[in-house]
Ligand binder design. Structure first.
Ligand SMILES: *[C@@H]1O[C@H](CO)[C@@H](O)[C@H](O)[C@H]1NC(C)=O
Ligand SMILES: *[C@@H]1O[C@H](CO)[C@@H](O)[C@H](O)[C@H]1NC(C)=O
Ligand SMILES: *[C@@H]1O[C@H](CO)[C@@H](O)[C@H](O)[C@H]1NC(C)=O
Ligand SMILES: *[C@@H]1O[C@H](CO)[C@@H](O)[C@H](O)[C@H]1NC(C)=O
Length: 320
């Protein structure tokens, strides 16, 4: 009698274990499918990430729901801003045409895909930045000989795109450009074909006469900040998707500052245009080294509808 009771309890606990195991498998499959759907990462890679996360612990229904709440939900609930950098008349068809650079990238070609992202994707915030220079700005070749500034060369025959080291009033390296994006001028307006989404945020940069500001976050000397960081933080933004002009200058420095300030950052080359071949190559090396994800316009769309997350972001956010 005792033996029969013992055997029957064995059978019961074995079937109980099987049911449990099935539950774990099902829970496990549910979270891995959810992760694949959210991130666009392959099932195989997802399995590796999950194995790394679980380590030597056993999978249980509890660990499955922990993976969900600690890894998947924070990724799903990321607050993400789209930043449109300096898409202004002077850079498109005005005094400092990006298309004239040796990269031959015409800003007009970036506009349809950028507009699609502006109009048909949902972002937690949209920011347009504008280069916004006073008429005597330090970056203007025409002003290099002004009496309120000094530079390190005796030569009087400076040309556009020469680089000089100003020593007064601030020590700063500066490339010299034609006058461009002068405050309140037509050239400083956002190019008319760019979609303007109501209730967006605008950031003006390069307003100090003596310092240029490639990054939308702060000037080239890291001295004065714009309001961008504070506005993003006040809106709970954790990630930024960046496009605009010029890819290898203002877009680049904005991306690198975003990463430095601990925002998850990605850049869309096909919604941008760059000036110089070599500096575009250099920019992409810096993106790779610093964890800026380089993405397509379609991937950006998928970020906005939560069906893609760059691996750079996942690594940074989860340490996996
Ligand atoms: C849970 O899923 C991971 C990743 O797919 C896998 O490595 C692991 O073996 C699974 N565990 C169980 C108990 O099914
Ligand atoms: C630039 O293009 C816009 C839009 O086609 C046009 O309205 C504007 O007159 C052009 N500006 C210059 C300086 O050619
Ligand atoms: C200016 O650029 C030169 C060459 O890239 C560099 O050696 C120098 O440190 C820079 N100076 C300042 C003030 O940034
Ligand atoms: C998200 O956007 C992509 C790219 O436009 C599209 O293919 C996909 O169907 C969208 N997914 C959802 C869930 O809306």
């Amino acid at each position: 009698m005792a033996l029969v009771a013992f055997l029957s309890s064995m059978v019961q606990s074995a079937s109980c274990a099987t049911t449990n195991n099935n539950n774990i498998l099902a829970a496990n499959r549910t979270i891995s499918e959810k992760f694949v759907k959210l991130t666009g990462i392959s099932a195989g890679k997802t399995e590796k990430l999950m194995e790394k996360w679980i380590g030597n612990r056993p999978w249980t229904p509890e660990t499955s729901s922990q993976f969900d709440s600690e890894i998947i939900e924070p990724l799903k609930n990321l607050r993400i801003a789209l930043l449109v950098v300096d898409f202004q008349n002077d850079f498109v068809n005005g005094s400092l045409k990006i298309g004239d650079g040796d990269a031959g990238q015409d800003p007009l070609e970036a506009i349809p895909k950028l507009n699609n992202l502006l109009e048909n994707s949902k972002w937690d915030m949209i920011v347009y930045t504008k280069d916004w220079h006073p008429p005597n700005h330090i970056s203007f070749l025409s002003q290099a000989y002004d009496s309120d500034r000094k530079f390190d060369r005796k030569s009087e025959d400076l040309k556009v795109f020469d680089s000089v080291l100003f020593t007064e009033p601030f020590k700063t390296n500066q490339t010299l450009y034609p006058d461009h994006c002068i405050q309140n001028s037509e050239g400083a307006e956002i190019y008319p074909d760019i979609s303007i989404i109501p209730d967006s945020t605008y950031i003006l940069k390069g307003t100090n006469p003596y310092l240029d500001s490639y990054s939308a976050f702060n000037d080239n000397n890291g001295k004065d900040k714009t309001d961008l960081e504070e506005i993003l933080r006040n809106n709970g933004i954790q990630a930024v998707v960046i496009a605009g002009l010029a890819y290898d200058i203002c877009v680049k420095f904005t991306c690198l500052d975003a990463v430095r300030l601990n925002f998850l950052s990605s850049v869309i080359p096909e919604c941008s245009a760059g000036l110089l071949k070599n500096s575009i190559i250099e920019a992409e090396k810096e993106f790779a080294d610093s964890g800026v994800a380089i993405i397509s316009a379609e991937q950006a769309q998928k970020i906005s509808n939560r069906s893609f997350i760059p691996e750079e972001w996942i690594r940074k956010l989860t340490n996996l």
